[in-house]
Design a protein around this ligand. Structure first.
Ligand SMILES: Cc1ncc(C[n+]2csc(CCOP(=O)(O)OP(=O)(O)O)c2C)c(N)n1
Ligand SMILES: [Mg+2]
Length: 363
């Protein structure tokens, strides 16, 4: 934790945490959450199932069935906590690692796999799920999200927008510009930064000299750092920030302090640039284990319950694998279909050229 002399002795803890790594419920002066046992079990189920989706995808990639995969391992609580804070009317703008948020938005995980397998052109209908398409260009979705939030404002709608991005993305011009626009227009947006402490091989200290959440104050809106491995805290803080945004209080930056436990993507080998002890330390803060410990200690779930979730995860993984392998290749010319909503001369020309090229092969 960064030492901050300017905060004063009676300042609230810098990191909002409601559930310790040991599974103990703790209080925070500014944030609280009151969950029924059923709701806690449901969060646990989400965490386990999205981890399984991720694990299956990693395996499929290693077997050559996906071109690439960006693992969410370690970031499940940040994604499920924030994702479950959204209402149906809210709009989420992800980057490329938000498989847990996709899960909360009811996007069939096979559609994520289809994108990484290269057999669909984007993946899902953003309007149907209020979940935008994945964005690879780092940080650019934050501008789209602010524009969308300003639209909500002009429609007088009761909804908020959430934009996901990483620690590395905070160094991008787009993200800083989006902060300015959101601030001066008081846009209903929550900036949700998953600080997993790495931007491929670049460590956090190459992005910032201060905790990222404190950047917000320079732009004129509040920022908070939450334990990104604590699903209770992520849910509580995001829920409050979205509510504030919907009620006209403008943007907020949430820095979910977490750790990317896997490789950046399947094309990366983190053993080349970080020490194993770092990963070992973060394993002790696993986002799933602490919820399990909480459920066990408080007798809110028994072994039969945990076994049933494992069985459901096995079933989900097997089903996902089968449906991934069964996905048909797309029609090659379909790649031109959704570039523009209306006919476009250049696209027509390129489609014709590509069709002529394909004619040269036996089909
Ligand atoms: C504009 C732009 N520059 C560079 C890249 C290459 N790139 C892909 S992921 C990445 C690191 C992003 O790190 P971070 O924002 O922390 O997100 P994380 O992958 O850790 O979730 C970079 C530099 C890119 N996709 N887009
Ligand atoms: Mg990162």
């Amino acid at each position: 934790m960064t030492v901050d002399a300017s905060r004063g002795a009676d300042a609230p803890p810098e990191l909002v945490q409601l559930l310790t790594p040991e599974g103990e419920r703790v209080e925070h002066p500014d944030y609280d959450i009151d969950l029924t046992p059923e709701e806690v079990r449901s969060l646990y189920r989400d965490l386990v199932l999205v981890r399984r989706v991720d694990l299956e995808a990693v395996a499929l990639q290693r077997q050559g069935e996906l071109g690439i995969w960006a693992s969410l391992l370690g970031q499940e609580a940040a994604q499920i906590g924030s994702g479950r804070a959204l209402t149906d009317a809210d709009m989420a703008f992800p980057t490329y690692r938000e498989h847990g948020v996709a899960w909360c938005r009811d996007v069939d995980p096979v559609k994520l796999l289809g994108m990484f397998r290269g057999v669909n052109h984007g993946g899902w209908d953003p309007k149907e799920h209020n979940f935008h398409l994945y964005t690879i260009v780092i940080g650019s979705q934050t501008l789209h999200a602010v524009g969308y939030a300003m639209g909500i404002q002009r429609d007088d709608a009761t909804a908020a927008t959430i934009a996901y991005f990483g620690d590395g993305a905070t160094s991008q011009g787009d993200v800083n510009e989006s902060f300015i626009w959101a601030s001066v227009f008081n846009a209903p947006i929550v900036f949700f930064c998953q600080n997993n402490q790495w931007a491929i091989s670049e460590p956090l200290e190459k992005q910032t000299r201060i905790p990222l959440y404190r950047r917000a104050s320079g732009f004129g809106f509040p920022g908070v750092r939450v334990d990104g491995n604590d699903v209770f805290a992520c849910l509580a803080v995001t829920r409050q920030a979205l509510k504030n945004a919907r009620e006209g209080q403008g943007p907020m930056l949430i820095e979910a302090f977490t750790y990317r436990m896997g490789a950046h993507t399947s094309s990366d080998d983190p053993t080349r640039y970080r020490v194993a002890s770092e990963l070992e330390a973060w394993k002790l803060k696993d986002p799933i284990e602490r919820v399990k410990a909480y459920l066990f200690k408080n007798e809110l779930a028994d072994q039969a319950y945990f076994d049933s979730i494992e069985a459901e995860a096995d079933q989900l993984g097997a089903d996902l694998r089968a449906r991934c392998l069964a996905m048909p290749d797309p029609e090659p010319l379909a790649i031109f279909d959704h570039v523009y909503s209306e006919p476009h001369a250049l696209i027509d020309e390129e489609r014709a050229q590509y069709a002529a090229y394909l004619e040269g092969f036996e089909r």
